[in-house]
Design a binder for this molecule. Structure first.
Ligand code: AHR
Length: 510
């Protein structure tokens, strides 16, 4: 058996849990919108065509903010196509996903859906093929109360009250050669600064996210952030990060250590942003928006039948990257969430990509059911239970060797403490593929009085890391973690091999 020792102290606080850390992403891509959140005529659809079963699961997932409408899609999108009478909206070719976009669903529909879902909207604008004028027009259309051509146009389309969209992404992955309107850092930085300025002149209350690197493997990673922020430091509020993790060549150990890579990515972007701050002698801090993250087995995607179908013809909402997730994927997602939460003083926004069908925790079939994938559970429990302050854990853990990251802790942890409810929560992962791990936690300044909740992600056939949920069978779910013991300031439990678990305790100050 492996072991790990964790110390948590009520005075070792990172900061409050950022509510926008539990964000998601709805892109006009594959079946995320059409037959995902929106399917008129489905037995579960409401009068607006929104699938109630998907709305209920979104609610259960605990999503706080949703990025929309892309992704790569947004870099060729004209927002005007998605407003006004549906019968007048044009069908367009979407070059990003080789799809026909009908525009039956647009901004007003998304605002109505987000109200139903109880989520905040994070709107992305097109800085691939468009620029300052389209961006400031959209802010005026969406956020200005009335009395101008664009705000009155919105009202004439049925939205009397302004949408009040607070968070805006200025483009998507413009460092990537695959992006429509790909730019150099200098080209993007200048456009960003001018667009941000013009948008804030329309609505000074908005918060703006600059495009960061598409992943750490980009040749421009680091230099891109430095140059872009050099141009627009005073105009923007956040810099974005995107990362998708996967298992390469059967190397499960490295895959399970993906959180280490996420930690390094976040630390590097913080360092770069703060270096620009130092150079500018600025009193302002740029925070991080990790607005696309997940597990995505991307490597072989080009050769899949789905990819071939996309290339064959222009269809509406084809099946694209409808990945089925297993237990290992869920453990990795748990560690990625831990990384985000541990950095919650600087990562103030994070969006799992995407919400439904496209690399998503929720799956739905046209005319059929909706169900939870394995990765649903760590997200849902953390969104529900991580409240109050983030505690900074000190951990001394047995190590596990990985080819990519060297020796890493076998146990991964994050923790929160809410003094208004006297609850302390531990989010734990055991990365070992074959050994149980004994975890002991020492609390400083707090004593645990009882265990209020303890659950572990499980499959009926223990150790089957390939188990996954389908519309026919849902073997992956949560079961009670029965090994938790509490004795004053000492808490211990045994985690099964390859496990994600959550332990919630009632605590009192001492
Ligand atoms: O989430 C899927 C795609 O991944 C997004 O459209 C793009 O931004 C990223 O490369």
């Amino acid at each position: 058996m492996k072991s790990a020792r964790i110390t948590l102290d009520r005075d070792f606080v990172t900061g409050p849990v950022p509510p926008r850390l539990f964000g998601s992403f709805v892109e006009h891509m594959g079946r995320c919108v059409y037959t995902g959140i929106y399917e008129p005529g489905h037995p579960q659809a409401d009068d607006s065509g929104f699938r109630r079963d998907v709305l209920d699961l979104t609610n259960e997932l605990g999503v706080s903010i949703v990025r929309y409408p892309g992704g790569n899609f947004v870099s060729g999108y004209d927002w005007e196509d998605g407003v006004g009478p549906v019968e007048d909206r044009p069908a367009r070719l979407d070059g990003a996903w080789h799809t026909v976009e009908t525009n039956a669903f647009g901004l007003h529909e998304f605002m109505a859906w987000s109200r139903e879902a109880g989520v905040e909207v994070m709107e992305a604008i097109n800085l691939g093929t468009r620029g300052v004028e389209a961006a400031r027009a959209l802010v005026e259309y969406a956020n200005h109360p009335g009395g101008t051509a664009l705000s009155d146009l919105r009202r004439s389309h049925g939205a009397e009250e302004p949408f009040g969209i607070k968070v805006w992404c200025l483009g998507n992955e413009l460092d990537g050669p695959w992006q429509i309107g790909h730019k150099t850092a200098d080209e993007y930085g200048r456009l960003l600064a001018e667009t941000a300025k013009a948008m804030k002149l329309v609505d000074p209350n908005i918060e703006l996210v600059a495009v960061g690197s598409s992943n750490t493997g980009m040749p421009t990673f680091g230099a891109w952030e430095h140059t872009v922020l050099g141009h627009a430091y005073d105009e923007v509020d956040y810099i974005s990060l995107h990362a998708y993790y996967q298992e390469f060549d059967g190397d499960a150990a490295s895959f399970l250590a993906s959180g280490v890579e996420m930690d390094r990515f976040i630390d590097s972007v913080i360092a770069t942003a703060d270096a620009v701050r130092a150079q500018r002698k600025s009193g302002k801090t740029i925070n991080l928006s990790f607005d696309e993250w997940n597990v995505w087995s991307q490597r072989d995607w080009d050769t899949t039948e789905e990819a071939q179908n996309i290339e064959k013809g222009w269809t509406t909402h084809p099946r694209i990257i409808e990945q089925t997730y297993n237990v290992s994927d869920a453990v990795v997602v748990g560690t990625l969430l831990n990384s985000l939460l541990r950095h919650g003083d600087r990562v103030l926004i994070a969006n799992q990509a995407q919400l439904v069908n496209v690399i998503a925790p929720i799956r739905s079939e046209p005319g059929g059911p909706a169900w939870r994938q394995s990765i649903f559970w760590p997200f849902a429990r953390m969104a529900q239970l991580a409240k109050g302050q983030i505690l900074r854990p000190a951990i001394v853990s047995d190590q596990m060797h990985t080819a990519r990251y060297g020796d890493v802790d076998v146990v991964d942890v994050s923790s929160t403490w809410d003094d208004s409810t006297d609850r302390l929560v531990l989010f734990l992962a055991n990365r070992s593929l074959d050994e149980e791990t004994r975890v002991s936690v020492r609390l400083g300044g707090l004593a645990a009085t009882r265990v209020t909740q303890a659950e572990v992600l499980t499959v009926p056939d223990a150790g089957d890391s390939h188990s996954s949920n389908t519309q026919e069978a849902v073997p992956v779910g949560l079961a009670p973690l029965t090994t938790v013991e509490v004795e004053g300031s000492l808490v211990s439990c045994t985690l099964p091999a390859l496990a994600w678990a959550v332990v919630e305790l009632e605590v009192t100050p001492r």
